[in-house]
Unconditional design. Sequence first.
Length: 78
Amino acid sequence: MKAKLGVSALVLLFLGGLWLVAAPFAVGYQPRGAAYVDATVNDLWLGGSIAVLSFVSLVIYAADALRDLARRGKHADL
């Protein structure tokens, strides 16, 4: 149960980070062709950081889960 809650939180953080990256362009407060406004730069850095950190955490969790499954499989053969 705790694992599902943690993975769900990481997925939501990842999606939130992606939204922060896309928001300036989707909502339209970044004028097309203009230099990036401060809000856009902030959203890109913060959203990108959140997305990357949550994605790396998900990959580490998945690798650990696969390692645990492989370890259980080895012990089942004995």
